[in-house]
Ligand binder design. Structure first.
Ligand SMILES: *Cc1c(COP(=O)(O)O)cnc(C)c1O
Length: 462
């Protein structure tokens, strides 16, 4: 399998090179040159596979023999052995029309672990096999940082530096990142906002000489390996529902920020998984919901919400969808993205908008509605939702028609976002792994939010 850029200016490369490249060199995103297609018979054969077995089958379609099967199996098994639930991503029924798939049973209690446990092991494997130096540089508004660090801490041949905005992440998120003192981990607490962190990182990656000299690699969801890892659980959920007698197509509601998680669902559907609706659930930063419902893609004013991991205005993975929406016409994508850059918006109308609305449904959830949903499910179903998952559930309740069944992806454990939960006077007991963080010393450097200040840290660390 080869990987190509959504903007068409990168010669096709293999899977490992695609992982190392991260953002495509022409500024686009990497996608597989073709979508593997599954027949009903093949699908039926996967029904009884365990999570790691299913992951191995799906990864094999995208990696083929570039990684020998026994080595790939080891990578997959190691990645999911760290999950606390035997099912890895268990599916629970909340009511007849509503199931929830819990993606938060990995080491950092958020869904990012499903992909980043694998990507961490994969980087380690690539480093051993190709003698590539792996220096990971990333910015986080909270979950990605902790999960990426957990994925590579203590691993030989890899160093990781994560920037987070000083005192602007939740307490648990900060502790998860900064209580780790492995020598290959550097936490920079940047004076500024998440946008400042993201801008600095982008500028450093764009400095190609600096990028190559210091072997900088990406861990955010522009990395295709993260998307591939997330395809697996859509299949897994479908099979669990089939076991419970739910035959036929299933809908999914996905709390969305950078469009990575739901894009994996789109790929699952293109591969042949019977998916009915894919519901884009946003918070008040609702650019994607407005795009699906009105055809206008235009960043609005940034809003701080109860679901900070979805406080994103420009969704980095959206370009991957644009590529498929334009039937793989890379020139069209390149000119659309150029226009977006110069005019600040994109519009689709007519048949193209119809196609978007056939691919997705969307609903944006306001702050009060998010908290109301948490209260309602706590009272009526004895189930505590985190604020991100609550957005997914609210959207699902709004858009699931009579007689249909929707699986909402639960992207985080409620303990990570106690600040929001407490607003509805609900008290929770932290899992022991999270409680234990409060007694540990923290390791981080507070630095100014300038490129030079960050560069100085990187040069001495890498
Ligand atoms: C990252 C994140 C999301 C958004 O996922 P995308 O792939 O960026 O759309 C939703 N919920 C939580 C808890 C997250 O950490």
């Amino acid at each position: 399998m080869k990987y190509i850029s959504t903007r068409g200016q990168v010669a096709p490369i293999g899977f490992i090179d695609a992982v190392l490249m991260g953002l495509a060199d022409d500024g686009g995103l990497l996608v597989p040159e073709r979508m593997p297609q599954l027949t009903k018979e093949e699908l039926a054969k996967w029904q009884s596979l365990s999570y790691p077995e299913l992951a191995l089958e799906i990864f094999s379609l995208y990696i083929e023999d570039e990684i020998p099967r026994d080595e790939l199996k080891q990578l997959v098994d190691d990645s999911y052995a760290t999950f606390r639930d035997e099912a890895v991503t268990p599916v629970r029924k909340l009511k007849d029309s509503q199931y929830v798939m819990e993606l938060f049973h990995g080491p950092t209690f958020a869904f990012k672990d499903v992909a980043l446990q694998f990507l961490g092991n994969l980087y380690s494997y690539i480093s051993r096999r190709t003698s590539s130096i792996i220096h990971i540089l990333g910015a986080t508004s909270g979950d990605t940082g902790a999960s990426a660090i957990e994925g590579v801490r203590g691993k030989e041949g890899i160093k990781i530096c994560i920037l987070h905005p000083h005192q602007k992440v939740s307490k648990v998120q900060e502790l998860q990142m900064t209580t780790i003192d492995d020598a290959n981990v550097l936490n920079l607490s940047v004076e500024g906002t998440f946008d400042d962190c993201q801008r600095i990182i982008k500028e450093l990656f764009a400095d190609v000489d600096f990028k190559h000299q210091y072997h900088l690699r990406a861990i955010n969801s522009i990395n295709i390996a993260r998307i591939l890892a997330q395809i697996v659980y859509y299949f897994y959920a479908y099979f669990r529902l089939a076991e419970q007698g739910q035959q036929g197509a299933v809908s999914f509601s996905v709390p969305t920020g950078n469009f990575g998680d739901i894009f994996a669902g789109y790929m699952a559907k293109q591969m042949g998984l019977p998916i009915h609706k894919l519901i884009v659930a946003t918070n008040e930063n609702n650019i994607l919901a407005r795009f699906v419902n009105e055809g206008l893609y235009q960043p609005g004013e940034f809003r701080g919400t109860h679901s900070p991991s979805m406080d994103i205005q420009v969704a980095s993975n959206f370009e991957r969808y644009l590529y498929y929406l334009n039937n793989g016409d890379a020139d069209a994508v390149a000119s659309l993205m150029a226009r977006f850059k110069s005019e600040g918006s994109l519009t689709v109308t007519g048949d193209v908008l119809k196609q978007v609305q056939a691919d997705f449904a969307a609903y944006s959830v306001e702050n009060e509605e998010c908290l109301d949903t948490i209260s309602e499910y706590y009272k009526q179903h004895d189930y505590l939702l985190d604020p991100h998952t609550a957005c997914g559930i609210a959207a699902s309740d709004k858009l699931t028609a009579e007689g249909e069944v929707t699986v909402t992806l639960s992207t985080a454990h409620p303990a990570k976002f106690d600040e929001a939960i407490r607003l509805r006077s609900i008290s929770q007991t932290y899992p022991e792994q999270i409680q234990a963080l409060f007694d540990k010393p923290q390791f981080q450097k507070v630095v100014a939010g300038t490129n030079d200040a960050i560069k100085e840290q990187l040069v001495s660390f890498f």
